[in-house]
Design a protein around this ligand. Structure first.
Ligand code: FAD
Ligand code: GLY
Length: 408
């Protein structure tokens, strides 16, 4: 279906697909198979995977699609580097999603006719003193035990493959399968791909509440309009728990974890090809010259202030492992909010609220987890069957606990 750009006479909101325009302008009378709340990487990719298989999908986005946390991220696709010693179920999901990335990129790029800058040089984890080298050695042994292809390097060997890392590094580990993408390009591409496949996107349209119902669940917009569908997917990231209409049992226990970031601009001869992870900061170089440096991890509620201390820590951490950044221009600074659940794993699948499906709480890995989330949630909605990938992350694991609002 080809997208058209017109104004909705009722609200001034842009409608973008012909099937939406031919229907009544009252949205509840339109044949929505699926309504998705939230136009970030999770909402748009899930919409894309559904729409390309036929169902009519509508995404409601309170601001501009793709400009939430997904815009603020670093774009690392790094299951092996970010492996947690006690998070094996999540690690398995992360690995599976990484495995699916190349096919996903191909589909999205083909539909959107643009590149998302998927880079496969891999990640270098570097240690700059005895303590960090010991921690790296422990991580490396754990990674080897998991059967990973990681390679131990001396400081000198690391400089052979990445000349601008610090001369005095103690050791490094090369993780060739931890890739990266330019998440900002991805957001633009996903938006286009979703619309090209026939999805309808309403921006500047906040959803105030979800209305559970086994046969015809619905959402209610901020100005009181009710929009029904066969299934409603909550993909509102860090704002997911603010939606009204869910009993405490079904409300996602998602809280914001602040990450401050800064962006440097490549200035040749300085260049980086790998993602570099030091003990205190990471650097993710994009092909267009952006070098994203991150990130702090702070429990500050919805505060997104960029602080002198946050930037100081990031610059110091980055400079220690890549001293050549000293002369690079600083392009931008920002803070994003990671949607973290109580166990730091995502909430994926049906909830205690009939008709309402959750796809949120992706914390540090939402870009990485996009393909597996989108494909498996789309499959769940089309077939009604939950998969082995979704099961360990069922939102029901929080259902017997106390109300998330009172617990945090
Ligand atoms: P979002 O992108 O926030 O999308 C949710 C959307 O829902 C938003 O656009 C919002 O406006 C909309 N919305 C909210 N409420 C409503 C409502 N009521 N009605 C309508 N719309 C609504 N992950 C990685 O995999 N790799 C990384 O390198 C990485 N780096 C990160 C660095 C930082 C500093 C941060 C903060 C995060 C990072 N992440 C990374 C995590 C990743 O960014 C998130 O997990 C991911 O973006 C979450 O995607 P989302 O679609 O759930 O949320
Ligand atoms: N995954 C990188 C971050 O959350 O900062």
């Amino acid at each position: 279906m080809i997208g058209l750009r017109v104004r909705d006479p009722l609200r001034g909101v842009r409608l973008q697909n012909t099937h939406a325009i031919r229907s009544s302008e009252v949205r509840d009378t339109m044949a929505h198979d699926v309504v998705i709340v939230g136009g970030g990487t999770i909402g748009l990719a899930t919409g894309f995977e559904l729409a390309r298989r036929g169902p009519s999908v509508t995404v409601f986005e309170k601001g501009r699609a793709g400009r939430g946390t997904s815009w603020q991220a670093a774009g690392m696709l790094a299951p092996d580097t970010e492996i947690g010693f006690e998070e094996l179920a999540l690690y398995r999901l992360n690995r599976e999603s990484r495995r699916r990335w190349p096919d996903f990129v191909e589909r999205v790029e083909a539909a959107a006719d643009t590149s998302v800058d998927y880079r496969t040089e891999g990640t270098l984890i570097v240690a700059d003193d005895r303590d960090s080298a010991e921690a790296l050695r422990r991580r490396y042994e754990f990674q080897r035990k998991q059967g990973l292809e990681v390679e131990w390097l001396t400081g000198e060997e690391a400089r052979e493959i990445e000349p601008f890392v610090a001369p005095g590094l103690s050791a490094a580990v090369h993780s060739p399968t931890d890739h990266q993408v330019d998440n900002r390009r991805l957001m633009k591409a996903l938006r286009t791909a979703f619309e090209v496949e026939g999805g309808t996107l309403y921006e500047q349209t906040p959803i105030e509440a979800v209305v559970p119902d086994a046969d015809r669940p619905a959402v209610r917009t901020a100005d009181g309009e009710r929009v029904g569908a066969d299934r409603v997917v909550v993909a509102a990231g860090v704002w997911s728990r603010e939606l009204e209409g869910l009993l405490p049992d079904a409300r996602p226990p998602v809280r914001p974890v602040k990450g401050q970031m800064l962006q440097l601009r490549r200035k040749r001869p300085f260049d980086l090809t790998h993602v570099i992870r030091g003990p205190e900061a990471y650097l993710a170089p994009k092909s267009n010259g952006r070098i994203v440096v991150g990130a702090t991890s702070e429990e500050m509620g919805f505060d997104t202030t960029v602080t002198a201390g946050g930037l100081y820590d990031l610059l110091e951490g980055a400079w220690e492992v890549v001293p050549g950044i000293r002369d690079l221009p600083v392009d931008d600074t920002w803070a994003g909010l990671r949607p973290a659940s109580r166990d730091h794993a995502p909430l994926l699948g049906p909830t205690a609220a009939p008709g309402i499906v959750m796809a949120t709480g992706h914390y540090r890995h939402g870009i990485l987890l996009t393909p597996v989330t989108a494909e498996e949630i789309a499959r769940l909605i089309r077939t009604g069957e939950t998969s082995e990938w979704l099961e360990p992350f069922s939102p029901a694991r929080f259902s017997d606990a106390e109300s998330p609002r009172s617990s945090s």
